[in-house]
Design a protein. Structure first.
Length: 303
């Protein structure tokens, strides 16, 4: 938990940044040098997010924590999926983005064989492009998982993904890009010998599963609808899905003071805490700004 001492450190950090800039100006020794414009805005940190409610909540946690620490933040949320926002990160148009270790590693290295959290994170640090860095990973996870209804699982004796190999007429639902992902239809066939058709269901994936439009659905593991609808998450003993812990990706030029703040947020965010945040969005229908403010207050980041 973020302590009062840490909060004081953030305030002192912001003050120290201002003081060091003032001292740098005095050190020039030029009596004719213009006075610094104290009203000029500080360098802005641009934070992006996916077009995914849980990712927006995490981005807002980081944004408000940085603002509390004295930084100026610009929100550029709902950029889209990885194919759209990673180029923006690499081009320097976005300075900070909440990501997920396994999926990001597969984006940069499709041939990775890492599956466990620590090895995935270690390899991710090695393949991150020049100009970017990954900060501390959180214990919170939100990774891909394959789910079926309880009725479908009971009727077909399903416990793990491999059990699908004996079932005919399988239709997999998920976001359109799933069709081309290493863990999509081709991965199911290569790793588990499971043949599926594919239906792009996007934001209606869970509803499509419940309505029988698809019979296997790719649902993020922190989605509270898995529990509320009694869905069965199929075990993945062969590691088709990589461990995907929440991890911030940042510009290599991000100030250390900002990095320290973001790492504090990541350390405080737990798997159970992330599910609870998602419940506030999907069940309680609260906005991500309100959700983030309450969490940061409860965890001592905001006074």
């Amino acid at each position: 938990m973020f302590t009062a001492r840490n909060k004081g450190r953030l305030a002192m950090t912001a003050a120290a940044v201002g003081a060091s800039l003032a001292l740098a100006g005095c050190a020039s020794g030029d009596p004719l040098a213009p006075e610094p414009d104290t009203d000029a805005p500080a360098e802005t940190i641009v934070i992006g997010s996916q077009a995914y409610y849980s990712n927006e909540i995490i981005a807002e946690l980081d944004a408000q924590a940085l603002e509390e620490g004295g930084f100026t933040v610009e929100r550029n949320f709902q950029i889209g999926q990885r194919d759209a926002y990673v180029p923006a990160l690499e081009a320097g148009e976005v300075d900070l983005f909440p990501e997920y270790t396994g999926n990001l590693l597969q984006f940069w290295n499709p041939d990775t064989t890492a599956t466990q959290a620590d090895e995935v994170f270690a390899e991710l640090q090695e393949v991150v492009p020049e100009g970017l860095q990954v900060l501390d990973q959180s214990s919170a996870t939100d990774q891909d998982s394959y789910n079926v209804t309880a009725e479908f699982a009971e009727a077909n004796g399903l416990e793990s993904i491999g059990d699908l190999a004996g079932v005919d007429g399988l239709i997999l639902g998920g976001f359109p890009e799933l069709e081309e992902r290493p863990y999509g239809p081709s991965g199911l066939l290569d790793v588990y010998g499971v043949t599926v058709g594919f239906q792009a269901t996007g934001d209606t994936t869970v509803e499509s599963l419940l309505e029988g439009i698809v019979n296997v659905a790719n649902v993020y593991s922190a989605d509270p609808r898995i529990g509320s609808n009694g869905l069965v998450t199929l075990a993945d003993p062969e590691g088709l899905f990589l461990a995907s812990n929440v991890v911030p990706v940042a510009s290599a030029d991000l100030p250390q003071e900002a990095i320290d703040i973001i790492n504090e947020v990541s350390a405080a965010l737990t798997p159970e805490g992330l599910v609870a945040l998602n419940v506030q969005s999907t069940v309680d229908q609260l906005g991500f700004t309100e959700i983030a403010t309450q969490w940061l207050t409860d965890n001592g980041f905001l006074g």
